[in-house]
Design a protein around this ligand. Sequence first.
Ligand code: BGC
Length: 750
Amino acid sequence: MGLHPGTSLDVPALIGALTLEEKAALLDGADFWRTPAVERLGIPALTLTDGPHGLRKQAGEADHLGLNDSVPATCFPPAAGLASSWDPELLTRVGAALGRECRAAEVAVLLGPGVNMKRSPLCGRNFEYFSEDPLLAGELGAALVDGVQSQGVGTSLKHFAANNQETDRMTVSADVDERTLREIYLPAFERIVTGSQPWTVMCAYNRINGTYASEDPWLLTTVLRDEWGFRGLVVSDWGAVHRRDAGLAAGLDLEMPSSGGAGTRIILDAVRAGTLSEKDVDRAATRVLELVGRALRALGPGQGFDAAAHHALAREAATASAVLLKNDGILPLPRTGGPIAVIGEFARTPRFQGAGSSQVNPTRVDTALDALRDALDGAREVVFAPGFTGESGAADAALIEEAVRAAAGAEVAVVFLGLPPAAESEGYDRTHLDLPAGQVALLHAVADANPRVVVVLSNGSVVTVAPWQDRAGAVLEGWLLGQAGGAATADLLLGTAAPAGRLAETIPVRYEHNPAIGAFPGEHGHVRYGEGLLIGYRWYDAHRLPVAYPFGHGLSYTSFAYGDLAVTVDGRSVRVTVTVTNTGARPGTEVVQVYVTDPVAGVYRPEQELRGFARVTLAPGESRAVTVSLGDRAFAYWHPVLRRWTVEGGAFGIRVGASSRDIRLETTIELPGDDLTTPLTPGATVDAWLAHPAAGAWLRERLGDDLVEAMFLDPANGRMMRAIPLQRLSRFPGFPVTEPQVEEAAARFA
Ligand code: BGC
């Protein structure tokens, strides 16, 4: 059934007109990518398809895994790249381009972005995720959603929630305490839902604390809808349904892909048996129809997109995504001079995206080798040697020898290294963080022949650089840069463009330093998030560990000075202003990062947490004031007993810097706090009883001053006694307050 743009649906009337069977059928896919149509009522099918950094619409029949070739589409940098731009405005423009491509292909919903946290650097799908920091992931994900949805096309925020590994992803239980969920694993979702209202949210495959995300009423209804106000539709990840009836009751509206009618039968049987209400069916069917109604406003045949303009945007995005890790001055490469040896198959056959459901069929692919040759136009000779094979990433003696010859005769060697395609994919995790050993041997051999070496990396998730980086004068972390990454890399190497990327994740010195070690990927169906809040830089900071490159790090071809830190406090609204000056000779972009510390608190708090950032592009010598605003949440923690966000009053540190380990300016502010009194229970310690204004007075009166003094304020034993729960003490022989009296008082003062 065709789509009629501009048509609006009268959803309540349609719900009234549909039979129970038709409504239940609406909650199951029609095939791999489409929702069912209801011809008799003019309800069209909708197409939902991957995502996230390009459109993957299968042209012909979907194969049983939905992984066959797809129609050509612009392949933007995957999230690992885009995140390093720290540039929400850019992500909104990329999102808008993705939206236009969806419209051209009559796709109603793009399945992304994925905003799961990078808990372990080994997660096979880290290339598809933004960051180890929830604020950064949330801001960037929201920007992408805004862009896509500005075109009248929906997004699917995924994978909700705690899908932080690929091993056993369809069954594993992420065992994680609520405070950690609230402060680390949920905030990116929360930010995007509350600020951008994605049309759909995709529930994850895994379980959380034993309950499948696809049938968790706390996750899908209490948190997502009641607390965050989500108004869209919840769709299952492809094949995530475990028990369809329980899922529907919990808040899972649409099952994808088609279950071949199995899901519909389970729903109908449950309604007939009285274990599921028809209201549950109506509610979910309403959401499907509302989605159809929203999509109809924009969809329709005959719209195209400008492939050249989108490729140019992909190039801009790739340029912004690469991170210059180190540079002794060898970069940028002068446009004239002796020969340049370009070494590494990835210069000729780029790795520009990861494997799995996000794999896009690009409209074209730029290579760094061609782009360098084109840009230099003969002004410098460019000699190429592959060094290793692209598929396996392995080097052999003959390939290394050829590379050494090229390097020896050149003025500089630019060595492209990285992970082979099979090393990182949806569906499985990596087992180590290292580059293929042959590539490291290649680098050493090249550097022995010519010490002027630049390394360009292609990897979707972190690799160790510590074992070899001293052999390179400069290292450019290219992540996976999408179809225009080759041209962008040439622009950066030659200084046509200024490097502006910043790390959205820490590069550890070695794998063994990482927080999830020993608890990743879990065993016997459970993965215990024992490190709690301490993922990424939070962990490396807490353990005072050296890192290869810290979160937030990235160089440019100029330098920046920070000055004039001014912080204004109005209630709990805080404005941080700093003046940034470009002190070098080239234009450049600085990313000002604001971290908050809470040195004294009633709960453990990470040493510092990113709470805001701002990008500023400056000409040589130019200065500009940059302001970052912080609200309540920048200072709040999730109170594990009160089970709500709370600000504990007192002193907070404001740190402003160029990375998490390059803090340039710092100050302290005082903020008013919330009432953090927790309900008094009989089992609370004597300390807690005495601290309670009314209960403390009551207890003192019952015991008398002398006894209080002797038992609880005695320098030798008082502290030990005060740590005893009052209820336990009341059972001790001779204690003047009885257990029933304690219980009565607790009820009265609670
Ligand atoms: C992935 C999703 C994807 C879906 C459809 C699943 O295996 O986890 O991210 O959107 O397939 O291809």
